[in-house]
Design a protein around this ligand. Structure first.
Ligand code: HEC
Length: 203
């Protein structure tokens, strides 16, 4: 077995261990990543689709509050999905390893320090192949919440907020005050540790 295949195998089993299996749900964006490759048995990304994605080595500017873009989010497992009927958008909620371990253990209120939750938002699009399926259209934004109770104690939530918009991944906000908007709205769900979603159950 070649070195590369061993690496791919190792990677697949690591991802399988994390327990993602929302097979059947159409996640076009994530189907293109190593993640999709591992769980869907090897779909090769097509060139035009890949070209829509920013090169993963391209430097993405920090958010105005100093938070760095978590470029590895593309390989994170899915925790939940949302379909905003009012905004006609589909969102995929992903989490880093700390988030996934906490979610599988039901340890999510509060989420542990080190948790990162990503909300990856797309315009809703009717599937080209089946009009009754709503799938992901163009990419709108990726936004994240970083749990660090000490570092973010001053904003009451214990989370750092950051958002990047469009495929150019432009940092959102002109100054760090942009977070006030995030915090004000997410405060409605402060009883759920400031998160709207609850992780999807994986039987
Ligand atoms: C007007 C209300 C509102 C504002 C402002 C807002 N959000 Fe949210 N956010 C929501 C709602 C509703 C959801 C769940 C539905 C969805 O996916 O859109 C959500 C979901 C999220 C999630 C996924 C976890 C969860 O709570 O379900 C993250 C991460 C997130 N938002 C980050 C941000 C960041 C960063 C900002 C500020 C730049 C922000 N949000 C501003 C309403 C808001």
């Amino acid at each position: 077995m070649g070195k590369l295949s061993r690496r791919i195998l190792a990677r697949s089993s690591r991802i399988a261990l994390l327990g993602f299996s929302l097979a059947g749900i159409s996640l076009a964006g994530f189907g293109l990543t190593g993640f999709g490759l591992a769980s869907c048995g090897g779909t090769t990304p097509t060139a035009p689709a890949q070209a829509q994605l920013r090169s993963s080595s391209g430097a993405v500017p920090r958010s105005p509050n100093g938070i760095e873009f978590p470029a590895k989010y593309k390989n994170w497992p899915v925790l939940s999905i949302g379909h905003r009927l009012d905004k006609r958008q589909v969102a995929v909620v992903v989490g880093n390893r700390t988030a996934v371990v906490a979610a599988r253990a039901g340890n999510t209120n509060p989420w542990p320090n080190g948790t990162i939750i990503g909300n990856v938002v797309y315009e809703q699009k009717t599937s080209d192949n089946l009009p009754t399926v709503i799938s992901t259209g163009s990419f709108v934004r990726a936004e994240f919440m970083f749990k660090d109770r000490e570092n973010y104690a001053s904003n009451r939530s214990g989370w750092g907020f950051a958002r990047w918009t469009g495929t150019a991944l432009t940092p959102y906000g002109n100054s760090e005050d942009f977070q006030d908007e995030c915090i004000k709205c997410h405060e409605k769900v402060s009883g759920n540790d400031w998160l709207f979603m609850k992780p999807t159950l994986l039987p």
